[in-house]
Design a protein around this ligand. Structure first.
Ligand SMILES: *[C@@H]1O[C@H](CO)[C@@H](O)[C@H](O)[C@H]1NC(C)=O
Ligand SMILES: *[C@@H]1O[C@H](CO)[C@@H](O)[C@H](O)[C@H]1NC(C)=O
Ligand SMILES: *[C@@H]1O[C@H](CO)[C@@H](O)[C@H](O)[C@H]1NC(C)=O
Ligand SMILES: *[C@@H]1O[C@H](CO)[C@@H](O)[C@H](O)[C@H]1NC(C)=O
Ligand SMILES: *[C@@H]1O[C@H](CO)[C@@H](O)[C@H](O)[C@H]1NC(C)=O
Ligand SMILES: *[C@@H]1O[C@H](CO)[C@@H](O)[C@H](O)[C@H]1NC(C)=O
Ligand SMILES: *[C@@H]1O[C@H](CO)[C@@H](O)[C@H](O)[C@H]1NC(C)=O
Length: 494
């Protein structure tokens, strides 16, 4: 309610008593709104919100997706958060000996599922974990098939599995979700096309309300052996896990029959961890701040930082460098017609380079399915570079050689979506174009560590991510945009 609206109604009513009553009501409403607004904004530093205390019975017990099968009692454990970067490197994509690397995704996923005791929640775009799902017979589908078996075993040992997935699906012939549902998994197909004109494009897991995985990889065997991916796992961190699970719950709500987008999300899905009030703790002894963002705005309950705002905040805070690795970069809409100009991220990068002297590097994927209409935008950004004026912007494309894997469709690409500055690491699930922030669901993780001077050997997460970016950027698979450089057509001839 707005002050003007109250005054107008009062004037219309005419009687002074009615006017007085309306003023009192309006002041009351303002006070209540103010108090409600204040609740989630109170400081979270070093203090638990009641809602996020690890007592499962209080709030979370009521949610069906949280119940372990067979009703075993949960065993609360203290938090000792730990973050591990994970990646998937396509077969036959060797980096120079001694290059830095993150933990292999396939191994990390299996280990994470081994720790599951009660529940696994998976937010996913589509599923195709077996070669059969897409009609391909190739030995590199084996890790995906192993993962599917591991998920089946979870259900056999009474761990509950809840899956939210996009509807309609890209992998119509896949039998994975039917197999899992037959063994007791709860599966909800979220019609974001109908609700927001987007797709459920998020990719994350919440395990036992304590551990999370998030990153670029789909529930697809190719993400384990044929596509370059990057993600993060946070272990033993129930407050962050429960925060990310609230985003899972938004999908769960929208996957119910006849669901509509709520005008206001329930308060129990409000975020108390966000850009303004990040989670603060020591991760392996290293002071860390972290929060999860979400998109689109319609799927952000009160207090949730929007994914685009998280990206912009990381870009704007940078003073030395911004290195970004994304599959696509379009300063436009991608799917909505008529096409609309959307220079939000493009402008933010140029502004950082020009006004703050930040060194900007953008690494974009290039493969057989790359839309060539992207190149003029990339060349435009590159053309902004002006070393004499102290403006440093560089763009390269990353080409995964197809080699003898041409039998595998939609693979051999750099599917990573991350950004790193001297201050923070951002790991996301969204391509860089408008639709991913306005209608398609995604999540982002912003994390920042401060190396304690007492522990010289510590490598912060942003430093680890910078090293991975530099490895890719300086590898022979990264090709500049200038002139006749090989790979302009995204076919590796090296
Ligand atoms: C949130 O509250 C609603 C009732 O408003 C309840 O049905 C739901 O289970 C709660 N969700 C969680 C995650 O606790
Ligand atoms: C799983 O739960 C069912 C029903 O509660 C029970 O009969 C079965 O023994 C449990 N299995 C395991 C492996 O815990
Ligand atoms: C898959 O290929 C292998 C050899 O590469 C062959 O032995 C096997 O029969 C094939 N399977 C199917 C289902 O075609
Ligand atoms: C599903 O399988 C049918 C028959 O094998 C095939 O024609 C079709 O292209 C497949 N669809 C997808 C989406 O893979
Ligand atoms: C998580 O905590 C448990 C119990 O404190 C510990 O055994 C386990 O090693 C921890 N996991 C990781 C990955 O640190
Ligand atoms: C595919 O190519 C790699 C090297 O790029 C080679 O090691 C491997 O043997 C080849 N596999 C087949 C089946 O030709
Ligand atoms: C990004 O864009 C590409 C090309 O449009 C599309 O195939 C892909 O599904 C999008 N999403 C992700 C996660 O890369």
């Amino acid at each position: 309610m707005q002050p003007g609206a109250g005054a107008k109604m009062g004037a219309k009513a005419g009687h002074p008593e009615v006017l007085g009553m309306l003023v009192v009501l309006w002041l009351g409403a303002v006070t209540v709104t103010y108090l409600l607004w204040q609740v989630p904004r109170s400081p979270t530093w070093g203090r638990l919100h009641q809602e996020e205390e690890p007592s499962r019975s209080r709030e979370w017990g009521s949610s069906p997706a949280w119940e372990p099968r067979g009703g075993r009692a949960p065993q609360p454990q203290p938090d000792s958060c730990r973050l591990v970067l994970v990646e998937s490197t396509p077969q036959d994509l060797p980096f120079a000996a001694g290059s830095p690397s993150a933990q292999p995704l396939a191994q990390a996923w299996l280990q994470l599922l081994d720790t599951a005791q009660e529940s696994v929640h998976v937010a996913s775009y589509y599923w195709s974990l077996t070669g059969n799902d897409i009609g391909v017979n190739d030995s590199s589908s084996q890790p995906g098939e192993t993962l599917l078996r591991k998920l089946q075993q979870l259900l056999d040992r009474n761990v509950s599995l809840a899956v939210a997935t996009s509807c309609p699906t890209l992998a119509r012939n896949s039998t994975d979700l039917r197999d899992l549902a037959n063994r007791g998994a709860q599966v909800r197909h979220v019609p974001l096309g109908r609700l927001t004109r987007g797709v459920l494009h998020s990719k994350f897991w919440v395990v036992d309300g304590r551990h999370v995985y998030m990153g670029s990889a789909n529930m697809d065997w190719r993400s384990l052996t044929q596509v370059k991916e990057l993600g993060a796992i946070i272990y033993n961190c129930s407050r962050l896990a429960r925060d990310l699970d609230k985003t899972f719950q938004t999908y769960w709500v929208l996957g119910a029959p006849q669901a509509v987008l709520p005008r206001h999300w329930p308060w129990n899905l409000s975020a108390h961890i966000n850009q303004l009030q990040p989670f603060r703790a020591r991760f392996d002894g290293v002071p860390t701040t972290a929060y999860f963002s979400a998109s689109p705005p319609q799927l952000c309950p009160h207090g949730r930082t929007r994914d685009l705002d998280a990206l912009l905040a990381v870009i704007r805070a940078a003073r030395q460098f911004i290195y970004a690795s994304v599959m696509e970069f379009f300063p436009t809409t991608r799917f909505r017609r008529p096409v609309r100009y959307w220079p939000v991220l493009d402008n933010a990068l140029r502004e950082a380079a020009l006004q703050r002297g930040v060194r900007v590097r953008l690494l974009v994927s290039c493969g057989l399915n790359t839309d060539p209409r992207m190149f003029p935008y990339l060349r435009s950004l590159q053309a902004f570079s002006n070393p004499q004026a102290g403006v440093s912007v560089d763009v390269k494309v990353f080409i995964v050689p197809v080699g003898n894997h041409s039998n595998i469709p939609f693979s051999r690409v750099n599917h990573c979506k991350f950004m790193v500055t001297e201050k923070a690491a951002y790991v996301g699930t969204s391509n860089w174009s408008e639709d991913y922030f306005s209608s398609t669901s995604g999540v982002g993780l912003v994390v920042s560590q401060r190396a304690p001077s007492a522990q010289p050997g510590v490598t912060t997460v942003q430093e680890q991510l910078r090293q991975l970016f530099e490895r890719d950027w300086s590898s022979r698979y990264a090709v500049g945009l200038d002139g006749e450089a090989q790979g302009q057509d995204c076919v590796w001839r090296g």
